[in-house]
Design a protein around this ligand. Structure first.
Ligand SMILES: C[C@H](O)[C@H](O)[C@H]1CNC2=NC(N)=NC(=O)C2=N1
Length: 116
């Protein structure tokens, strides 16, 4: 046996990609089960997209909220759909490049509550 062969071989667990472990790859589409356990409170949807809606006192309050979400989105270069309907704003996250909801969507969605 050579010296190299004596080392403990890497196990499958050592080399498994993050998406197979507890913390998924930030840009891999989550399974329905992963999404179910990670969905931020108040959010709904499926593995295609997640969304939440807020209602404001005035139209402009909603517009200003949408602006804060947009600024945050620019800062992280991850952009949710924003739908302003009078005093309601719906924020919808998916990762277009991945074709569904990723861990990045979930973490960005969770951060939106601080912008309310
Ligand atoms: C290069 C840059 O990161 C990508 O084009 C980003 C920009 N913002 C994005 N936003 C969202 N929601 N999904 C994407 O796949 C995405 N791609």
């Amino acid at each position: 046996m050579t010296e190299a062969e004596q080392g403990t071989p890497a196990t499958k667990a050592d080399t498994a990609s993050p998406s197979t472990a507890g913390a998924p790859d930030a840009r891999a589409v989550l399974s329905a089960e992963q999404l179910r356990t990670r969905m931020p409170s108040g959010w709904q949807g499926d593995t295609a997209a997640i969304w939440r809606e807020w209602t404001f006192d005035t139209y402009l309050d909603g517009v200003q909220f949408a602006e804060r979400v947009a600024q945050q989105a620019e800062s992280v270069q991850h952009h949710p759909d924003l739908l302003i309907t009078f005093r309601r704003v719906r924020v919808t996250y998916s990762t277009h490049d991945a074709g569904g909801v990723t861990a990045l969507d979930v973490s960005e969605a969770a951060s939106i509550r601080e912008l309310r």
